[in-house]
Ligand binder design. Structure first.
Ligand code: IMP
Ligand code: MG
Length: 194
């Protein structure tokens, strides 16, 4: 049995259908870890966790990789509304690590428009890493800009989602599963974002 949260749409109208169970996520993260272990054979990559959304994914992914990885953190903020990116990205917290000659893997929660990742990729590529790849847990169907993605967890439908690190106004990051967000202000049960 999968461990689902005790919060439910009945208790909180913002929480909609389960998109991915905790078990489904765990299985995929294990596969991604094995793939990275295989691909980097012997070389220890530096995982760059993009805060805050990727914190849970990065923690699980790091443990699924059987190599002496290093983990560093970066925080970016993209101006926009709570559920939409504007494309203007600002570095809020930069890395501690020097990327020169390192094998870097950017760990992202979700590729939506792809603008955040495009910016990050360019920015980190300019720091002379030996290699630079991206591992994204989620890619939203129909994302307009698809920066090169070496590793992808799941492609999900065009709904705003919560849980497993992803938030709405800083809440629901601690859900074990991924759920659709139902905008209480939108009226009805639709959660479509566009
Ligand atoms: P992009 O620049 O449009 O690709 O936006 C990516 C960022 O927006 C992600 O790293 C998330 O922090 C946030 N984001 C996009 N879609 C969702 C969602 O469905 N739930 C929570 N955060 C999201
Ligand atoms: Mg976010």
């Amino acid at each position: 049995m999968d461990q689902t949260s005790s919060w439910s749409p009945e208790i909180d109208p913002a929480l909609g259908a389960v998109v991915l169970t905790g078990d489904q996520i765990a299985t995929r993260v294990t596969e991604l870890g094995a793939q990275i272990t295989h691909d980097y054979g012997g070389q220890a990559p530096l995982l760059v966790c993009v805060l805050k959304g990727a914190f849970m994914f990065a923690a699980d992914l790091a443990r699924a990789i059987d190599l002496p990885v290093e983990v560093d953190f970066m925080a970016v903020s993209s101006y926009g509304s709570a559920t939409k990116t504007s494309g203007v990205v600002r570095i809020v917290k930069d890395l501690d690590a020097d990327l020169t000659d390192r094998h870097v893997v950017i760990v992202e929660d979700i590729i939506d428009s792809g603008l955040t990742l495009s910016y990050l990729r360019k920015n980190l590529a300019s720091r002379n890493p030996a290699s630079l790849e991206v591992c994204a847990l989620l890619v939203r169907e129909g994302s307009t800009e698809r920066p090169e993605l070496r590793y992808t967890g799941f492609t999900i439908p065009d709904d705003f989602v919560l849980g497993y690190g992803l938030d709405i106004n800083e809440r629901y990051r601690n859900l074990n599963e991924l759920r659709v967000y139902c905008d209480p202000g939108a009226g009805g049960s639709s959660s479509s974002r566009r």
